[in-house]
Design a protein around this ligand. Structure first.
Ligand code: NAD
Length: 496
């Protein structure tokens, strides 16, 4: 599978440069070990080497972040200034969109068009959206009821301090933007740890933040291993908040790691999102929507629609349509404009996806299509469809994080809701019906942080996203996504 889109000189220069980490006020070689190969998952070939940051560099980064917070070089700027700087970050992302999209494709296994027209502009828009909040964050005043005395009460929202932000590999630039933009808009200082497999666009973003005018020391970008570096940050006594996106298992570990100084903790975790297709759905729309919901990004999407429930009258059509969509998808490197689905992120992730598929077969589910790793270069795995997966099988319960879906029939809305809600996860869901009143009624009963009606997986920065149940704590996006980086302070002033 050869790349047919030529990579720009700017991206090649970036890849070929010596990669430093941004630890506090300066860029420096990572001191946490020897440079690690960074791979193109479409070929398995090395595209760069990045030395991880050390625990000592994490301490330096946290100290710089704290110093910057205390001397108010960022938090003390006017809202209008912060807004201008964050808008400038967005402009710089736009300016370098091609390079960023190429890096995201080469390192993250994205389709180039999706990176260029989807993820990169969305990252820029995230900075634009939160730039807007800088000048619009409301407080409140009250007249407290103190007998015999006159008080004025003021409620303010203040930045929480130093935020450690830990993100996964499945959307390296967008995840970094979703963390940094609201935290900076709130006035926090940030230490971001990208995933070890995909540090490149986060490091690139670090340059853009400085170029845009974020003062030195306010943001650090520390690539490195989760177990050592991530845990070190989560336990750090000078970190006020941990914002984490990743697996539910690691999220649970962070509860223990963050408790020493009772850090504020927000967790965006895994999912096993149901797709409910009713008899009256617009079937072509529902089938192509359900196929996108699980096969886009090769299923490596937190809100991937990995459990399809189709009403009995359309079940066979949905199954046939999904199988046809799966067969029709052309797998290939994201830089090839003909590719419709890219690779999984790594050899070991492909192994774990395949192990879950084998468990499904072993436990008696029926494999309709897919189910074997694609031989040859890169870490490709085909679209895989199961029927007959019982509720208690691993393939029905566990997040696969690959292009693997189960399809089951249902008779009534109550049955569909019960099956959809049986998961320990509650991140996302979709309902497909022409009857909008029914769509809303079902959306209200689903235990899920976001429900789409006649659509799936479309994010919007004004709509909070996050998990019910074991899919997380707190919400990102919207005003709620800003407030997770803020403390609320009440001030009561005696007026007589
Ligand atoms: P992961 O939990 O293995 O790793 C996520 C991040 O945490 C990485 O940076 C990793 O280095 C770090 N980490 C690992 N162990 C750590 C520890 N002990 N202490 C601190 N940090 C540690 O997840 P992943 O495999 O990189 O990503 C896939 C997962 O992310 C899936 O479960 C997916 O659903 C989830 N995800 C959720 C959302 C959401 O918004 N809810 C979005 C994207 C991905």
């Amino acid at each position: 599978m050869n790349n047919s889109h030529g990579v720009s000189q700017a991206a090649r220069d970036f890849l070929g440069a010596k990669h430093l980490v941004l630890a506090g006020e300066r860029w420096a070689p990572g001191q946490g070990g020897k440079p690690e190969p960074i791979l193109d998952p479409a070929t398995g070939e090395e595209i760069a080497r990045v030395a991880p940051a050390s625990a000592g560099q994490a301490d330096d980064a946290v100290a710089a972040a704290r110093a910057a917070f205390l001397d108010r070089r960022w938090s003390g700027q006017t809202p209008a200034h912060k807004q201008r700087v964050l808008l400038r970050v967005a402009e710089l992302i736009d300016r370098d969109a091609q390079t960023l999209a190429e890096l995201e494709t080469l390192n993250g296994g994205k389709l180039y068009a999706a990176a260029l027209h989807g993820e990169v502009p969305h990252a820029a828009d995230t900075f634009r959206y939160y730039a807007g909040w800088c000048t619009k964050l409301p407080g409140a005043t009250f007249d407290p009821s103190v007998p015999g005395q006159r008080f004025q009460g003021l409620i303010r929202h203040e930045p929480v301090g130093v935020a450690a932000q830990i993100v996964p590999w499945n959307g390296p630039l967008v995840m970094a933007a979703w963390k940094l933009a609201p935290a900076l808009a709130a006035g926090c200082s940030c230490v971001l740890k990208p995933a070890e497999l995909t540090p490149l666009t986060a490091l690139y973003l670090g340059r853009l933040l400085l170029e845009a005018g974020v003062p030195e020391g306010v943001v650090s970008i520390l690539p490195g291993p989760g177990g050592a570096l991530g845990q070190h940050l989560a336990r750090h006594s000078q970190v006020n908040k941990v914002a984490f996106t990743g697996s539910t298992e690691v999220g649970k570990r962070l509860l223990a790691d963050a408790r020493g100084n009772l850090k504020r903790l927000s967790l965006e975790l895994g999912g096993k999102s149901p797709v409910l297709i009713f008899d009256d759905a617009d079937l072509p729309q529902a089938i192509s929507g359900a196929a996108d919901a699980i096969f886009a990004g090769a299923g490596q999407v937190c809100v991937a629609g990995s459990r399809i429930y189709a009403q009995a009258g359309v079940y066979q059509d949905v199954l046939d349509g999904l199988a046809e969509a799966a067969h029709g998808l052309k797998l290939g490197p994201g830089l090839d404009p003909g590719s419709q689905m890219g690779p999984l992120i790594s050899a070991s992730h492909r192994q774990s996806v395949h192990a879950l598929v084998e468990s499904g077969i072993g436990e008696g589910a029926r494999l309709v299509t897919g189910g074997e790793p694609v031989p040859g270069d890169g870490f490709f795995y085909p679209p895989t469809v199961f029927t007959g997966a019982a509720e208690d099988m691993r393939i029905s319960r566990e997040e696969v994080f690959g292009p693997v879906v189960t399809i089951a029939p249902f008779e009534t809305a109550d049955e569909a809701i019960r099956e959809a809600n049986q998961s320990r996860y509650g991140l996302a869901a979709s309902v497909w019906t022409r009857d909008l009143a029914r769509g809303h009624a079902i959306a209200e009963r689903l235990e899920s942080g976001i429900v789409w009606i006649n659509s799936h997986g479309i994010p919007d920065l004004s709509m909070p996203i996050g998990g019910y149940k074991q899919s997380g704590w707190g919400r990102e996006h919207g005003l709620e996504g800003l407030k997770i980086y803020m403390e609320t302070k009440s001030i009561m002033a005696r007026m007589d």
